[in-house]
Ligand binder design. Sequence first.
Ligand code: UDP
Length: 318
Amino acid sequence: MRVLVTGGAGFLGSHLCDALISRGDVVWCADDLSTSGPGNLAHLLDDPRFHFVRGDISECLPVPGPVDAVAHLASPASPPDYHSRPLHTLAAGSRGTENALRLADRHGARFVLASTSEVYGDPLVHPQPEDDWGHVNPIGPRSVYDEAKRYAEALTMAFRRSEGTDTGIVRIFNTYGPRMRPHDGRVVSSFIRQALRDETLTVFGDGSQTRSFCYVDDLVRGLLAMLDADEPGPVNLGNPDERTVDELAHLVIEVTGTASGIRRLPLPVDDPTRRCPVVERARARLGWSPEVTLREGLGHTVEWFRTLPAEERATATG
Ligand code: UDP
């Protein structure tokens, strides 16, 4: 297959590019490098089946030759990133998604949208099945991401219904693993970075809010299954092992062996209280379920963080 991966230099995107290349596909990776660096792709640049296109899918992207599939991942995805780039985030979800859909449609390619558990907002139904319509504040600071992804889902379904485009939507829950940026401000990367420097771990709020953390290798298997299926979705991809943020902090302290404690900081506005996917649809329709335990995945992630130069792990904002 010839696959275009938008956002292919990012955390998830680069792992997806790796998986596609290792199964023999030809990959065009498009990224504007606004929230990622080329470092994630350095090992692929000499591969004749790998092509990197630097550009913003929301503007004009140099279009490669024919493609069989488009995986549309391009968007800022961590809260500090989308808070600092609100207009860029809305453009990625709207114009970026439309451009990617048009490209897929023109080539008769399969299109997979990387949507998000954020479409459920601060959920009223728990755990979250795909038929939950969500509970999103449309004007809060998170709305630039949540509503952009909700619009992207609507656009994807409109292309499917009116143009007959072969589309699929996955809703990705919190994912972690090697290549997370140490300063992306997400909880797993922040806790590991802090623990490895024996700093106190910054728990926002009282730490009772929950998330469900999926290891990146599991997530990428799910993305590949969706690319290969003709399933429209939406399909949740995530690990239903739900944890409080406090539990995560203590697990990171244990796995890293740090003597650090925790300190509490204010809870961000509209921070969802709980989040856990129902993954029965992914099991039934894609034959997918997560396999890596949180402890095991954190172990791999900590090992990778230890390989980073000390200055990359050093304290900085975020
Ligand atoms: N969080 C935290 N300390 C941090 C960063 C995040 O306690 O240093 C909390 C955050 O408030 C949220 C959870 O951890 O409740 C997950 O945050 P993250 O930004 O990783 O993802 P999202 O909110 O998008 O699920």
